[in-house]
Design a protein around this ligand. Structure first.
Ligand SMILES: NC(=O)c1ccc[n+]([C@@H]2O[C@H](COP(=O)([O-])OP(=O)(O)OC[C@H]3O[C@@H](n4cnc5c(N)ncnc54)[C@H](O)[C@@H]3O)[C@@H](O)[C@H]2O)c1
Length: 273
């Protein structure tokens, strides 16, 4: 497969598509070294000219993303918050307003995995996955939408997963990511008149610190994930970041309520090969 001249992103030619916009990215750190989906989106936004509030429960992880953005001359600020708490979400929005006076983009990236069947799943684990993956997005949106409406509208991007459409033994996770799709559509209808677009990205098996556990995923599993794509390439956090950049930008001004799989075509075929 020939290398694409647009991959990985070139900091020397960023294309300032978000110039003047303020973006909040939740889960903007990464759980390990490397580039997760939230970190990639934050960097893509900053390269495109946005000022970015890097929100994470783990402030050190957000700080690492900030260092990467700083090194490229971008503008960002870290903010510690747990998105499952309304007060934290409200303080997060206030931090963006205090610094930059408006909010134009909310990238709802926080999400955790949850394995097992309903029989195997412990109720506390079930509630934890739904609370972080669904209620967290609801609360971050609830806190942000009034400010976004006041500044004339904006773009909200929710991170789902193809696991919502192709179940595979991750029932709490699949359920939560299905709810993210429904939440996206409901919010798109509720807030369209306020000029707020709400879309959803469903990543496929991209290789990030979330799945790599610090790069320790067995090579054969990593290879199977690569071959699940009809393109037979391995996806990365950048693929999700680029998709988010498009949905955040005014180029997507006529797009709302959609679910965009970013999966190299994994959903197009059956699991066996
Ligand atoms: N990597 C994949 O293959 C894949 C596939 C489909 C979907 N996704 C989705 O992508 C998103 C995560 O991507 P990532 O690569 O950035 O993950 P990541 O785990 O590397 O980073 C997520 C960040 O969120 C933070 N976080 C967790 N709970 C939080 C909370 N309650 N409040 C604030 N911050 C919190 C963590 O500290 C972490 O830094 C999730 O929604 C996940 O479900 C990933």
């Amino acid at each position: 497969m020939p290398a694409s001249k647009h991959f990985p992103p070139d900091p020397a030619s960023p294309g300032r598509r978000l110039e003047g916009k303020v973006a909040i990215v939740t889960g903007a750190g990464s759980r390990g070294p490397g580039i997760g989906n939230g970190r990639a989106a934050a960097i893509c936004f900053a390269r495109a000219g946005a000022r970015v509030l890097l929100v994470d429960r783990d402030i050190d992880a957000a700080q690492e993303t900030l260092a990467m953005i700083d090194a490229e001359g971008g503008e960002a600020l870290t903010h510690q918050a747990d998105v499952t708490t309304l007060e934290d979400c409200q303080a997060m929005v206030q931090a963006a307003l205090d610094r930059w006076q408006h909010v134009d983009v909310l990238h709802n990236n926080v999400g955790i995995s949850g394995r097992g069947t309903v029989v195997e799943t412990d109720l506390d684990d079930w509630n934890r996955v739904l609370n972080i993956n669904v209620t967290g997005m609801m609360l971050a949106s609830k806190a942000t939408i009034p400010a976004m409406t006041a500044s004339g509208g904006g773009s909200i991007i929710n991170i789902s997963s193809i696991a919502a459409m192709r179940a595979r033994g991750l029932t709490p996770y699949t359920t939560s990511k299905g709810a993210v799709i429904a939440l996206t559509k409901a919010m798109a209808v509720d807030h369209g008149r306020d000029g707020i677009r709400v879309n959803c990205i469903a990543p496929g098996p991209v290789y990030t610190p979330m799945v790599g556990a610090g790069g320790e995923m067995p090579a054969d599993l990593r290879e199977r994930r690569r071959l699940a794509s009809v393109l037979e390439i391995e996806g990365s956090g950048w693929d999700i970041g680029y998709a988010a950049l498009f949905l955040a930008s005014d180029e997507a001004r006529y797009i709302t309520g959609v679910v965009l799989p970013v999966d190299g075509g994994v959903l197009l075929r059956g699991p066996a090969r």
